[in-house]
Design a protein around this ligand. Structure first.
Ligand SMILES: *Cc1c(COP(=O)(O)O)cnc(C)c1O
Length: 365
């Protein structure tokens, strides 16, 4: 028998979460962001759930080829644009739309030989200082692009650093939005600014195209301010395993590497076939939530490579073979959002889903 761990991808939940995007941004078209192999879910596994989107956004050219190989004829957007001039040939061949975020990419376009003009999204650096042209260089970049026969329609985009920020933090999207509006005033073209956090929290920023990623995959971009129940989202990935052993501890007994957990009294613990080599976060402290037979309990001791340990006190009937839900949907309607595991481990739902390890078998259901 194989090791009992597996991951499930819930196609119906992807459909549901995409419908939530439509509710939040009824007048916008939707890029389903499927970068990083659909946030670790697998592009081929999410395709059926997300084909109701208006386009797919990603950044790896090989992933764009996979989307086309699935038969998708609609828009595909390269969120970081091309990485070198010859990538433009693939854009022509596969009809990929691409972001232009720096003047070098305009030079490459000017030197590119193509019959069919390409659709580009010109990106403004509105304050995040990652990708994009600075406001003072934006208009001249647009004018240059507009004069190129290699370029067809030009759309305008930016990306927010603080769309998830709590109002009390004093951060948010207002400043970036004002910069975007000032830099793009009077320019024609469709606009795209909103990631998941902006789509959920700032309806006025929906513009022509929204670009939701994490909300489609059932994680709240602003956890712990809000959880997925608040946003009406459903988990799209379940990581589950089983107990492969049970230990009885006496008061003072310790658990795992570094003996970091000490039993305060007699208790039973379960040994779960899941460790950091499966993608479970090694930094999850004792007390990180977990479901055993659908009952909420907590980890004890350190996570090791192939195993971790769980307190069985709330689940007296648990035994070898009992089902363990690391995150996602458990038995009998139980649920453990991935954000509740990521947060105590000092990380995000994003990182956990993307870090699901190769050795875990994955199945779309
Ligand atoms: C990843 C990404 C998104 C999606 O972000 P989420 O927070 O997952 O919704 C949107 N736009 C760009 C440019 C991105 O790189």
């Amino acid at each position: 028998m194989p090791r009992p761990i597996e991951a499930l991808i819930h196609v119906d939940a992807l459909v549901h979460n995409l419908a939530r995007v439509r509710e939040c941004a009824p007048d916008a078209r939707v890029w389903a962001v499927v970068k990083a192999n659909a946030y670790g879910h697998g592009i081929e596994r999410v395709y059926d759930g997300l084909r109701g989107a208006d386009g797919f956004a990603l950044l790896d050219l090989a992933e764009a080829e996979r989307v086309r190989a699935l038969g998708w004829r609609g828009p595909v957007l390269l969120l970081e644009g091309v990485f070198e001039p010859r990538d433009l040939e693939l854009c022509s061949r596969l009809d990929l739309w691409h972001t232009v975020h720096c003047s070098e990419q305009i030079d490459w376009l000017a030197a590119h030989k193509t019959q069919a003009p390409q659709r580009v999204f010109l990106k403004l650096n509105s304050g995040m200082n990652r990708l994009g042209l600075r406001p003072e260089a934006f208009r001249s970049a647009w004018t240059r692009l507009n004069a190129l026969p290699q370029v067809g329609e030009i759309s305008l985009m930016t990306h927010f650093a603080d769309a998830d920020a709590a109002p009390a933090s004093g951060r948010g999207i207002d400043e970036a939005m004002a910069r975007f509006e000032a830099a793009t005033r009077d320019l024609p073209g469709e606009r795209s600014v909103a990631n998941s956090a902006a789509t959920l929290r700032h309806a006025a920023a929906a513009a022509d195209w929204v670009r939701p990623g994490i909300m489609v995959y059932g994680s709240a971009p602003d956890f712990p301010q809000h959880d997925i129940a608040h946003w009406g989202l459903r988990p799209t990935m379940t990581l589950r395993s089983r107990l492969i052993a049970v230990q009885r501890l006496a008061q003072g007994d310790r658990v795992g590497y570094g003996s970091s957990f000490t039993a305060e009294g007699p208790m039973r613990i379960g040994i779960v076939a899941c460790g950091y080599a499966d993608g479970y976060p090694r930094h999850a402290p004792s007390g990180t939530p977990m479901l055993v037979d659908g009952v909420r309990t907590r980890t004890v001791g350190r996570v090791s490579m192939d195993m971790l340990t769980v307190d069985l006190t709330p689940v007296p009937a648990a035994a070898l073979g009992s089902e363990v839900t690391l995150w996602g949907e458990g038995p009998r309607g139980s649920r453990l959002p991935i954000d509740e595991v990521a947060d105590p481990a000092g990380t995000l739902g994003y990182e956990l889903m993307c870090a699901l390890a190769m050795r875990v078998p994955v199945r779309a259901v």
